[in-house]
Design a protein around this ligand. Structure first.
Ligand code: SF4
Length: 465
């Protein structure tokens, strides 16, 4: 063990190369040893580095589940509705802390519980922002194909879940990893007749035939663009190729379109990712501002017909490069990006309207982007709720798409009053400065100098310590 501190060569003499320790990282061991000798030496000294065989045989499915469900929490592509307040590990029942089962929303608004896991948190890539990167000092685990199939079926039979969200680090090669993921989906669908929801995170470098098969088996497929700009991807994820990611997304889009077309015989080809494709972008790891992030998201939505772009606030990770920030960006930033994304997709806003209201290219963290836009365009308000067209009503802060639908339906029968709007579900605390209706006019409120301050949280004295 002492010889391990002698450098790269003596580590190899004592333990063999990392191909023996971690077959999953085969072919990358030299780079791993070169770049991370101090980390490995520390792990050897603490006795924390055991052979792959030792690690894998020592772990039961429950332990693997704990590691691989926890590792999947960084994947934002299916949102959890958990909070961080209650945990029953020390007694009681139920928990909002644990990972493993998360909730996603179907296109019809239905909430679906998913078993959300990684096939493995081994990875041969070294993406600087990722806790599972090859040089990361985390405990590793790997499920077999049968273990994931059994877990999914058993959880499904017990009514814990309605589907599976499966992602993975890259083991041996992109094709090998994708093959295993596809094998899981194929076994579930064909051997066990599993009709539940499957979301597969696909690997852009994998063979197109494997991604195609994944699309035929899964309800949704996703390919992460990772970071908002190509330059950031090249810098922080050197093994990933932005052009290859886009090619893979374009391939999925083409297959989806083909699946909709009937052939000359009137037959449709098999279904292909009927719940669409999505992607994830990490926010706050590089210096991109919100305008850059939203511009990229808009291109992805229009170019590849994505169902969702997920924004994931960067989480600082242990032993990270100094180029990454030490603290995570405020969660409010992620939230504002989702709100802006919604405005672009469902409220008829154009990109420059949102980014134009963003000072220095970043969204206002204190107030939502629709309110920020409305305050900057007060000349358009107040709107008469009883006569304004739908596209303008959608721009009123506090009015959602459902509220506008109800307003349009209700005003066919009578003139709406303030109380009617409250009953319909409008957030009148926000909307009242921007609308008129029977019996209500905002008077000078719309143009008042302190309008923004009424909505923003009160300023706080920063602590010096
Ligand atoms: S390929 Fe995925 S799992 Fe592997 S280091 Fe990069 S982000 Fe992490």
């Amino acid at each position: 063990m002492a010889s391990a501190f002698g450098g790269q060569r003596s580590i190899q003499l004592s333990y063999g190369c990392l191909i023996c320790l971690y077959p999953e990282t085969a072919g990358r061991c030299n780079r791993l040893l070169r770049g991370n000798a101090p980390v490995i030496a520390r792990r050897l000294a603490s006795g924390g580095l055991r052979t792959y065989q030792e690690q894998m045989t020592a772990k039961c499915v429950e332990q693997k589940l704990a590691i691989l469900a926890d590792a999947a929490k960084y994947d934002a592509s299916c949102a959890s509705s958990g909070t961080s307040r209650r945990d029953s590990t020390k007694g009681g029942i139920g928990s909002t802390e644990g990972s493993g089962i998360c909730h996603a929303y179907a296109p019809d608004g239905r909430c679906i519980s998913l078993l959300k896991i990684l096939l493995t948190n081994f990875c041969i890539y070294d993406c600087a922002y990722c806790v599972n990167r090859v040089s990361s000092n985390v405990e590793r685990a790997r499920f077999s194909v049968d273990e994931v199939v059994t877990l999914t079926l058993e959880f499904y039979r017990r009514n814990y879940i309605e589907g599976l969200f499966l992602s993975s680090g890259i083991i041996r090669s992109p094709d090998h990893t994708m093959e295993e993921m596809v094998r899981i989906a194929r076994t579930l669908r064909h051997d066990h007749g599993f009709k539940g929801y499957i979301h597969l995170k696909t690997i852009p470098d994998a063979a197109p035939e494997l991604i195609e098969e994944a699309g035929h088996l899964a309800d949704r497929v996703s390919i992460n663009v990772e970071l908002p700009t190509d330059a950031a991807v090249t810098r922080f994820a050197p093994e990933k190729k932005p052009a290859q990611i886009r090619r893979a997304m374009a391939g999925v889009r083409m297959k989806q379109e083909e699946a909709r077309d009937r052939s000359h015989t009137g037959k449709r080809p098999g279904r292909f990712a009927p719940a669409g494709q999505s992607t994830q972008m990490i926010v706050g790891a590089d210096g991109s501002n919100d305008a850059t992030i939203l511009t990229n998201a808009t291109r992805l939505y229009s170019g590849y017909k994505l169902k969702r772009v997920y924004y994931s606030a960067f989480s600082p990770i242990p032993d990270a490069t100094a180029a990454l920030p030490l603290i995570r960006p405020p969660l409010a930033r992620e939230h504002r990006l989702y709100q802006a994304d919604w405005l672009l997709r469902f409220y008829g806003f154009q990109l420059d309207e949102i980014t134009g209201a963003a000072e220095g290219g970043n969204l206002d963290l204190d107030i939502d982007p629709k309110l920020a836009w409305a305050i900057q365009h007060r000349g358009l308000f107040p709107l008469d709720v009883n006569t304004a067209p739908r596209d303008l009503l959608l721009r009123v802060p506090g009015f959602g798409t459902r509220t506008v639908k109800r307003i349009l339906a209700a005003r066919r029968n009578r003139m709406l009053r303030y109380d009617d709007l409250t009953r319909i579900g409008a957030l009148m605390k926000k909307a009242k400065a921007f609308v008129t209706c029977r019996g209500w006019t905002p008077g000078g409120l719309t143009d008042s100098a302190d309008l923004r301050a009424r909505f923003a949280p009160p300023p706080e004295q920063l602590s010096l310590f």
